[in-house]
Write a protein that binds this ligand. Structure first.
Ligand SMILES: [Zn+2]
Length: 77
């Protein structure tokens, strides 16, 4: 087995970059209404649904979707 340090560095980098607990837009959307309800009820969403919050931070589309949902829920209350 010939693993030189350059190859090794690349592998380590790749592993560090990969985030296996990341969710996609579909998964995010499925949990979005629950997430919005948590937000509105003042619960700590960072602990309850960290993956959704993490996705919303990075994804503009889902963030807009979330804002629409939030204003919808607020108008119903
Ligand atoms: Zn998304």
């Amino acid at each position: 087995m010939n693993l030189n340090s350059e190859v090794l560095k690349k592998i380590v980098q790749k592993v560090a970059d990969t985030r296996p607990d990341e969710i996609g837009c579909g998964d995010c959307f499925e949990q979005l209404d629950r997430f919005a309800e948590l937000v509105l009820s003042g619960k700590p969403v960072r602990d309850a649904m960290p993956l959704v919050q993490d996705h919303l931070k990075r994804c503009k589309d889902c963030r807009e979707e979330f804002e629409v949902l939030l204003s919808l829920l607020m108008s119903m209350n």
